[in-house]
Design a protein around this ligand. Structure first.
Ligand SMILES: [Zn+2]
Length: 97
């Protein structure tokens, strides 16, 4: 796998089996499960264009949007996030409100 590929959309992460790493202004960084992020964006009907991802991501430490983000081969550091189908069912129910 070449990491020089240009990631243009969230769907590219799945294609290259990559996760999403985000770097915040405060120095905090996190790895998100790109598959779950894709599902999350789909639920909210958000734009999954690579450049747009940051406006919907928030730092778990300071609440800011990340400074930059990109693909990573590392596993997600919060695997418990949206880990069960009940989580997703609850989200969909909330969005239908
Ligand atoms: Zn932060």
């Amino acid at each position: 796998m070449s990491w020089s590929v240009r990631f243009k959309d969230l769907s590219d992460f799945g294609r290259y089996d990559a996760n999403l790493m985000a770097f915040c202004w405060c120095g905090h960084k996190g790895v998100l499960d790109a598959h779950k992020v894709g599902r999350w964006f789909y639920c909210f009907r958000w734009n999954t264009t690579f450049e747009m991802l940051g406006m919907h991501l928030r730092c778990s430490r300071c609440g800011n949007h990340p400074k930059r983000w990109g693909p990573t081969p590392f596993p997600p550091d919060r695997p418990e996030w949206m880990a069960s189908e009940q989580n997703w069912a609850r989200l969909v129910r909330r969005l239908r409100g």
